[in-house]
Design a protein around this ligand. Structure first.
Ligand code: GLC
Ligand code: MG
Length: 249
């Protein structure tokens, strides 16, 4: 066994199957101690909502937290986002200009204040009207030459983030910083904002058995032999995938 870089989404991926989570935590903790494996959480949550979940579910302390859909990276329990990453996201990002455009769409409801971040503007958008609104909004934002990206997840969450940012690019920033090969990196997810983790390169991928339709559809359209679709749900699917790729016995 050798060290690997373990990167996982939280809601409905790492969290959502309590019995399996206990076993997975135990295996990962030991692997980290014995081989120097690194644990990264990549979540859409703000640091505030992340801490609530960490306490509630007794999550392991990660080596890095990628929060707010990849727009913030916190290393080794620090309270300060990594400045190198923020610098990469800044050019061409204009929060106020985005808000002045989204203001005109009554279908977009702002998420709570805690989820509005320096490099992330987030709304609720009902699935039934989403595709029409998204293409209209995309066009209008394009006209303003904004370097942004729209990420729609779970049939309700719309995040607008810098073009140079998402969970996948944040993961690669860490992978290169810590010098893990793509073959020694595994990413896990269940929904739309995780597609970036799977799409960015050829890191090993685990899609949990309870994945959302938007991720399954993308997976079917972009099959790859370095990606594994698990049968089991949440942490159970992660355990299954880690064994499939030979990261765990
Ligand atoms: C989390 C965040 C929310 C975001 C969603 C999808 O629920 O709290 O702001 O829209 O993830 O990325
Ligand atoms: Mg999720």
């Amino acid at each position: 066994m050798t060290s690997f870089l373990f990167v996982t989404d939280l809601d409905n991926t790492l969290v959502g199957n309590d019995a399996a989570l206990v076993e997975l935590n135990d295996r990962l903790q030991k692997h980290r101690q014995e081989y120097g494996t690194k644990i990264v959480y990549a979540t859409g949550r703000s640091p505030l909502l992340y801490r609530e979940l960490q306490v509630e579910k007794n999550l392991l302390q990660p080596d890095a937290l990628v929060s707010s859909v990849g727009t913030e990276i916190y290393l080794n329990g620090s309270n300060q986002p990594d400045a190198g990453w923020s610098e990469i996201l800044s050019p061409g990002w204009d929060r106020e200009l985005i808000l002045s455009i989204t203001d005109k769409y009554p279908e977009l409801t702002l998420q709570p204040d805690s989820e509005q971040r320096p490099f992330k503007v987030s709304f609720f958008l009902e699935q039934a009207v989403a595709s029409g609104i998204l293409s209209q909004l995309e066009l209008e934002l394009q006209k303003s030459n904004l370097k942004k990206k729209l990420i729609y997840s779970s049939g309700i969450d719309l995040d607008i983030v810098p073009l140079s940012s998402d969970k996948g690019q944040a993961m690669q920033f860490l992978r290169q910083k810590w010098k893990f090969a793509a073959e020694q990196t595994v990413v896990c997810g269940d929904s739309g904002n995780d597609i970036a983790l799977f799409a960015v390169g050829n890191e090993r991928g685990i899609i949990v058995g309870n994945a959302r339709p938007e991720l399954l559809q993308w997976h079917n359209e972009h099959p790859a032999d370095y990606r594994y679709l698990a049968q089991n749900f949440c942490a159970g699917g992660i355990l299954e995938g880690l064994k499939y790729f030979g990261f765990l016995e």
